[in-house]
Ligand binder design. Structure first.
Ligand code: C5P
Length: 236
């Protein structure tokens, strides 16, 4: 299923490559996060991208605009399909990211990667916001940052299952919503407290689903991905 992105949350390239080889064709792309990237570096990102896989590089950049622009340009050179920043880095940082992706893609004659933003980490609750001096209600803060993301010209946001519907309503059909925290009836929720099934997340308006453990920790990861596809009423 094209909307299904699998989080390759493993420690080694050997494990990640084996998973990608089993899942290719059954899923829409692979997410590489800070765990694998910090350990193994950019070569594996390039390896997947150069064989035609869609790679979501989930490094959540958050720095001064010039530094983020450089990081996004480097990600564009690796051939990533999607990359992200923290919306709380502000609109000039986000605009710099957007421009760097477009400029670098034009220079290299490669497609412009989707640049999306994390609004508020789902690990933060209202008390954690207060602790860092934010007085807005959590939901309001998420909506504020989603609006800022769109105004800065970015392609979309990462949003928890709870936030999909309101963001879709407010931001319209073209804004990408990428949703982790997907669990089926039989899956262990583990550390994900707010979850939705894949079918419900798509029905609420998610553009892409990020699924990690329910697929990568399954005895047969490809069968697990195919089961999710069927649950969503898709054929492949
Ligand atoms: O294994 P699981 O399906 O929970 O994996 C979800 C993936 O999405 C992980 O890579 C996790 O870091 C990421 N993620 C998340 N919640 C967020 C943002 C990212 O679970 N709010």
């Amino acid at each position: 299923m094209e909307q299904l992105l699998v989080a390759l949350d493993v420690d080694t390239v050997a494990e990640a490559r084996a998973l990608a080889d089993r899942l290719r064709g059954a899923v829409g792309g692979f997410k590489i996060g800070s765990r694998l990237f910090t350990r193994e570096g950019p070569a594996f990102v390039e390896e997947l991208a150069s064989r035609g896989d869609r790679v979501f590089l989930d490094l959540k950049f958050h720095d001064i605009p010039n530094t983020v622009a450089g990081a996004i340009a480097a990600a564009t050179r690796l051939g990533v399909w999607m990359v992200n920043v923290h919306a709380s880095g502000g609109s000039s940082m986000m605009r710099a990211a957007r421009e760097a992706a477009a400029d670098e893609a034009a220079r290299r004659s490669v497609p412009v990667p989707l640049v999306i933003a994390v609004t508020m980490l789902t690990s933060l609750d209202q008390a954690a916001l207060t602790e860092i001096g934010l007085t807005a209600a959590l939901g309001e803060q998420v909506e504020r940052l989603a609006a800022l993301t769109e105004a800065a010209g970015l392609d979309g946001v990462v949003a928890s299952p709870q936030e999909i519907a309101i963001i879709r309503r407010r931001r319209g059909a073209r804004f990408h919503i990428v949703t982790p925290g997907i669990r089926g009836g039989g899956d262990a929720k583990g550390d994900q407290s707010r979850t939705l099934s894949a079918a419900d997340a798509l029905a609420a308006g998610a553009s892409y689903l990020v699924v990690g453990r329910p697929i990568i920790a399954a005895a047969d990861p490809r069968a697990a991905a195919e089961r999710i596809t069927v649950e969503c009423g898709r054929e492949s």
